[in-house]
Write a protein that binds this ligand. Structure first.
Ligand code: ANZ
Ligand code: ZN
Length: 867
């Protein structure tokens, strides 16, 4: 063992060793318990960022830990490699998306390897490879056969000046992110997956996922959005037609004073056609079509509308209600029509105030005399029915039921269930994605590609067009094809590609048999490994990715390809990595090197103005507070970087970046290294002590007990709870205990049992550290005389009977004043008591940098520190 800890040498040595000895290779071992640990695979954007490092470190600790506990662990890594950033980068840098992507994959793979993650790299997949997306196309064909994939006309964000479809993220305040021109909604024929068929099942199973964070479950439920309500038909005046509405508040029907249709509602044009309202309606529709549909429904979005000129009749009150079209009515929800009850719905209230429409109270708050004239907002609570004919006087909650029954009896409508969830639109008018395996034939219509012709390979020999417009429709050699059914040449390929969320909805199954070439995956392998036991990733994927994955698994299940419905048994969403930002009132965000750090208040180098500091924010380039993991790897190495990510916060919480924290981690490793250097030669040949407590005494008994305690605590903290931070603290304490023994070398030389205890303690420490700082631990392990990798050892175990001891409570005084207290073994040596008292955090605060003159120990009672 070298005198000093040289992280570069140590890490290189063990990474090379692991690779050579194929230690991370996994295969199915029937009869052995499996554990599938998966972290969300990255988009190959170019470099690993600190968020990845944190995510993958957490996963790696669990993978290594489970392995030491005897599980057969699957821990794969790959690349979510299709998607728009590759296209944009390719246009900006004049390269090809494929070249850009594969380059990035190479450099990111190198970075991940430098971090020492225990991936089985033989299972690496990249979703942009034909071997991968061939099976996605194959599955698409199966879904098409079953009616699970279908085509319909739907709205997209469209930029006229770029002549292209925009993703929601590319629309900024209703404008195109590239050219700044207004975006409009345009109807295009597109492909959909019928996820709504599983809405109820996806919802029901939300309650069967105890291993998921509650907040994620809540978000999923909310997204699926099941509402129990009633359809009610409102006849249109002078027309043999009615407007159906969906309402969750049938108790308020008598208070409905006007009707709001979504601008896209077919009746809007029909009602206004040829009337004097036509022009204003058309203008309104055109304008609203430029508003982002998802924000239109938001509470604080300005509500606006226009009168169509038509009226409908309230079927219960008989009242004539003007029909409006309004931006807050959404075509995709319910029936696209809202019976507006301004007294009891806030949006309707604001709308009625703005356009001076009637407000009628039909639910009265129990102990308040509500009056329209002084209402400042809608009353949305429960109450007593008024102005509602025969229903007056009843409780409004009960009236929901009564009025629904009445409506059904009179055949005016029907109780119903409505979901917010929409079918999944998977068409992208983009180049860098998996081609949809369909052909449009002018004779036969839509014809699926034959299985034998798969994969439909995305052509790589293309020039990308400015603005992001897909080159595929213009690419004759690709787009023109023969009809698979009638052979006609009057046919062309579907040139839309699939949403990249499709690739990430089944990659975890593919990992089980990544090279399988005759099937989507090997069924036995999937049966053995799936479902994923622990999935780890960012909370930004709490809704879509996870919901789509759950849906896709149901599709596979329905097609008889897998036996389960839920892909992820347990889910951990890790917190963000945050860092302080520096802002100068004049120069905005500053890089650390632009800050003059002298004095109490940091100052901007550019203007000498004071700086507002202290805001901790998520890392982002624009805030100039990003940490490049490569810098860390260079200065401190992988083990310290990993240690910091785990030590600074529990995994599900945000982590605040701190230079001192990293330094502290590095110091701890050096401290462990030093104690090994000092004593390892004395204990290398010893047999780890494993006997009863009667055979040892004094500080070695205390150390032996402490080691068992530490093993218990670290095991409990890592297992299930993943509290790596407290686990690491426990090991730190154990190391402190070793340092507290005076004349340690002498005591080891003199007593053979002591060397056995020490060997046990050091081995346990190395084993417990090994999932966290694996290279470092391998080196310790080797220094202890082991010839095999520490990875092949078992997780240490503790004995309950060793733990039992009579603890006593000692109080600590500083200069006679009570400052702290702690528990310690009755037999603890004086040196141990002294060390524990001095290293106590609260005590340290009172010592500060004063000189410690004397430490007086009153047996079994107190410690007094004189400074
Ligand atoms: C009358 C009413 C009175 C309503 C009242 C609410 C309160 P949830 O619960 O989220 O399912 N609504 C129906 N279709 C709509 C559409 N296409 N666009 C916008 N809003 C629509 O919401 C159901 C309620 O949302 C429905 O109940 C309807 O307004 C509105 F005091 O009907 B309610
Ligand atoms: Zn044909």
């Amino acid at each position: 063992m070298d005198e000093v800890y040289d992280h570069k040498a140590v890490e290189l040595k063990w990474q090379t060793y692991w690779e050579k000895s194929n230690l991370f290779k996994t295969k199915e071992e029937p009869g052995k318990k499996k554990y599938y640990l998966l972290e969300m695979f990255p988009y190959p954007s170019g470099r690993i960022h600190i968020g990845h490092v944190r995510n993958y470190t957490i996963g790696d600790v669990v993978a290594r830990y489970k392995r030491m506990c005897g599980f057969n662990v699957l821990h794969p890594m790959g690349w979510d490699a299709f998607g728009m950033p590759a296209e944009n980068a390719a246009i900006a840098n004049r390269t090809h998306p494929a070249a850009w992507t594969y380059d990035n994959i190479d450099s990111m793979r190198r970075e991940l390897k430098r971090l020492g993650f225990s991936y089985d790299w033989d299972r690496e997949i990249a979703t942009c490879k034909p071997e991968y997306y061939k099976w996605e196309q194959w599955l698409f064909l199966r879904m098409y056969e079953k009616g699970m994939a279908y085509r319909k006309e739907a709205l997209v964000n469209w930029c006229d000046s770029c002549q292209t479809v925009l993703a929601n993220e590319q629309v900024e305040a209703d404008m195109c992110w590239r050219c700044g021109e207004p975006v409009r909604q345009k109807k295009l024929w597109q492909w959909f997956f019928r996820i709504t068929d599983f809405a109820e099942d996806l919802l029901v199973y939300c309650d069967k996922l105890p291993g998921w964070p509650e907040k994620v479950i809540a978000m999923q439920k909310n997204w699926i959005g099941k509402s129990l309500g009633t359809f009610i038909k409102f006849p249109i005046e002078d027309m043999d037609e009615h407007i159906p509405v969906f309402t969750t508040r049938p108790d308020t029907v008598f208070g409905a004073t006007f009707m709001c249709l979504a601008p896209e509602h077919p009746l809007v044009k029909k009602l206004s056609n040829g009337t004097s309202y036509e022009e204003s309606i058309d203008k309104f529709i055109a304008r609203i079509s430029r508003q982002d549909r998802s924000s239109r429904a938001l509470e604080n979005y300005e509500k606006e509308g226009v009168f169509t000129g038509a009226f409908c009749i309230n079927p219960l009150s008989g009242r004539k209600m003007p029909v409006y079209t309004a931006n807050f009515a959404l075509m995709e929800y319910g029936t696209g029509a809202v019976m507006s009850v301004p007294a009891h719905d806030q949006r309707d209230f604001e709308f009625a105030k703005k356009y001076d429409l009637d407000i009628i109270i039909v639910v009265k708050p129990p102990d308040d005399d509500l009056e329209v004239s002084y209402m400042t907002e809608a009353f949305t609570g429960e109450g007593v029915m008024v102005n509602s004919g025969d229903f007056d006087g009843t409780n409004s909650r009960k009236a929901i039921d009564d009025i629904s029954s009445f409506i059904e009896e009179k055949d005016l409508g029907k109780r119903t269930v409505n979901f917010r969830l929409r079918d999944w639109g998977i068409s992208r008018q983009r180049y860098w994605g998996a081609p949809i395996p369909m052909v449009h034939c002018n004779k036969c219509g839509i014809v699926p590609v034959k299985d034998d012709d798969l994969p439909i390979i995305l052509p790589e020999d293309v020039d990308l067009l400015e603005g992001g417009k897909s080159p595929l429709p213009e690419l004759d050699y690709y787009a023109r094809t023969k009809c698979p059914k009638c052979g006609s040449t009057d046919a062309h390929r579907e040139t839309d590609t699939m949403d990249t969320f499709v690739e990430s909805s089944w990659y975890f199954e593919r990992y089980c048999s990544p090279d399988c070439s005759d099937l989507i995956f090997d069924k036995d392998a999937v049966d053995y490994w799936m479902p994923v036991d622990q999935y780890i990733g960012g909370v930004e994927h709490a809704i879509l990715h996870l919901l789509y994955s759950r849906y896709y698994t149901r599709v596979l299940n329905e097609l008889g390809l897998v036996k389960f419905k839920e892909p992820f048994t347990r889910l951990l969403t890790q917190g963000m990595v945050c860092k302080e930002t520096f802002t100068c009132p004049e120069h905005g965000f500053l890089f650390p090197e632009e800050v003059n750090d002298k004095g109490a208040q940091p100052v901007c180098r550019k203007c000498d103005n004071h700086i507002i500091v202290g805001r901790v924010e998520k890392m982002s380039k624009s805030k100039k507070n990003v940490i490049d993991p490569n810098t860390l790897l260079e200065i401190y190495g992988a083990d310290t970087t990993r240690l910091f990510c785990l030590f600074a916060a529990p995994p599900d919480r945000d982590l605040e970046w701190s230079e001192q924290g990293v330094e502290g981690g590095y110091r701890f490793l050096k401290r462990v290294w030093r104690i090994f250097v000092i004593i390892v030669d004395l204990i290398r040949d010893a047999v780890p002590f494993n006997g009863g407590v009667d055979e040892i005494e004094g500080e070695f008994l205390d150390l032996y007990r402490k080691t068992h305690h530490t093993i218990k605590k670290v095991t409990n903290d890592i297992q299930d709870r993943f509290h790596f931070n407290t686990a690491i603290s426990a090991v730190m304490e154990l190391v402190n205990r070793i340092y507290a023994i005076d004349n340690l070398s002498d005591k080891l030389r003199k007593n053979i049992i002591n060397t056995g205890v020490m060997k046990f303690t050091l081995e346990s420490a190395a084993l417990m550290l090994s999932p966290i700082v694996p290279h470092f631990a391998e080196e310790l392990w080797e220094s202890l005389g082991h010839e095999e990798s520490i990875l092949l050892s078992s997780w240490p175990s503790y004995k309950e009977e060793v733990l039992v001891q009579d603890d006593i409570l000692l109080v600590v005084q500083v200069n006679g004043k009570l400052r702290s207290r702690f528990n310690i073994s009755k037999n603890a040596a004086e040196a141990v008591i002294k060390e524990t008292a001095l290293s106590d955090e609260r005590v340290q605060k009172f010592i500060g940098d004063k000189h410690v003159k004397k430490v007086i120990i009153v047996k079994n009672k107190l410690v007094n520190i004189v400074v």
